[in-house]
Design a protein around this ligand. Structure first.
Ligand SMILES: [Zn+2]
Length: 173
């Protein structure tokens, strides 16, 4: 019996994100499935991200069904606003946000007790480093401009400016 569960768990862990039973809600909607397929593609290019994706469960907070989750998996809760972005073809913004959330797990912010403002900026910059900085900036500019959001916006702008200048330089060289 024990053996059976071990095997099942192993199989689930190695399976594609969309094939996990917990991710039925993702596979059922074409637009949402599209975003997560892309996330999986991005993940496959980076060892730490692909390992994290194997052990992360994405939960739809407005889901109808109960879901039991083992304690050794990471959990990312998807709120209706993010589902809205995915369903309305704002795929790149949704990916920017998902990468931000994955960054909190990769950088172990919770475990290391990183201060919230710093954790948000670090997660944003992780997403930006993977090429989603501009999308994230657009998303943040759409939010209520609290002091934390303003700080995140200026950190992203600094990052994007530096990147822009670097690419201009490489064109000139
Ligand atoms: Zn965050």
């Amino acid at each position: 019996m024990n053996n059976f569960f071990e095997k099942l768990r192993f199989k689930n862990k190695k399976g594609h994100l969309l094939e996990k039973p917990e991710h039925k809600w993702i596979a059922e909607n074409r637009d949402i499935a599209d975003v997560f397929s892309e996330l999986s593609n991005i993940g496959s290019k980076y060892k730490n991200l692909s390992e994290l994706l194997e052990t992360t469960v994405f939960i739809n907070s407005s889901g109808q069904y109960a879901c039991a989750i083992k304690a050794d998996v990471n959990i990312i809760i998807i709120y209706p606003e993010l589902c809205f972005l995915m369903r309305n073809r704002r795929k790149e913004q949704a990916l920017a946000i998902l990468l931000h959330e994955l960054a909190h797990l990769i950088l172990e912010h919770q475990k290391n007790g990183v201060e919230n403002d710093k954790a948000q900026v670090e997660a944003d910059l992780f997403s930006a480093q993977l090429g989603y900085g501009e999308e994230l900036l657009l998303f943040l500019l759409d939010q209520v401009q609290t002091s934390q959001v303003e700080m995140r916006v200026s950190a992203l702008r600094r990052f994007l400016n530096i990147k822009e200048r670097a690419s201009v330089q490489s064109l000139q060289n």
